[in-house]
Design a protein around this ligand. Structure first.
Ligand SMILES: [Zn+2]
Ligand SMILES: [Zn+2]
Length: 127
């Protein structure tokens, strides 16, 4: 009779005689876990979850365009640090009016020119 035991790493039931001590996990694991198969599978699944497959028709040119688009967005920052002060220069999205903005007291709350709301600033990125 074969005595089966549950692998503590992957919850699979395996004949207990096949268990081996894993040097990294410091416990008895099934042959799959011992060979790293379980870990590889988990990592593969994780990678698939994190990176959704690209839409069909996606090619290098799209990739380039997307990168280019992101760079373009970076080129015109809405906020610019004013050197030597805690203030930043904010350019209004609505009217392109540039004014001094205090990111720590969050003042002013709206554009002094057209009253457009000022988006939240990540103050950490400005320090
Ligand atoms: Zn296992
Ligand atoms: Zn404005």
């Amino acid at each position: 009779m074969i005595i089966k035991a549950k692998c503590r790493n992957c919850n699979k039931e395996v004949p207990s005689e096949q268990f081996k001590l894993h040097y990294k996990l410091r416990m008895m694991v099934c042959p799959d876990c011992f060979r790293g198969k379980t870990q590889m599978q988990q990592e593969k699944e994780k990678a698939q979850l994190e990176k959704p497959p690209k839409p069909p028709g996606w090619d290098i040119e799209d990739d380039y365009l997307e990168k280019h688009q992101r760079m373009k967005e970076k080129e015109k920052p809405q906020f610019k640090k004013i050197p030597g002060t805690n203030h930043i220069e904010c350019t209004c999205r609505g009217c392109k009016y540039a004014f001094k903005y205090d990111p720590f007291r969050k003042k002013p709350r709206t554009c002094p020119f057209c009253d457009e709301e000022i988006p939240k600033v990540n103050t950490f990125s400005l320090l």
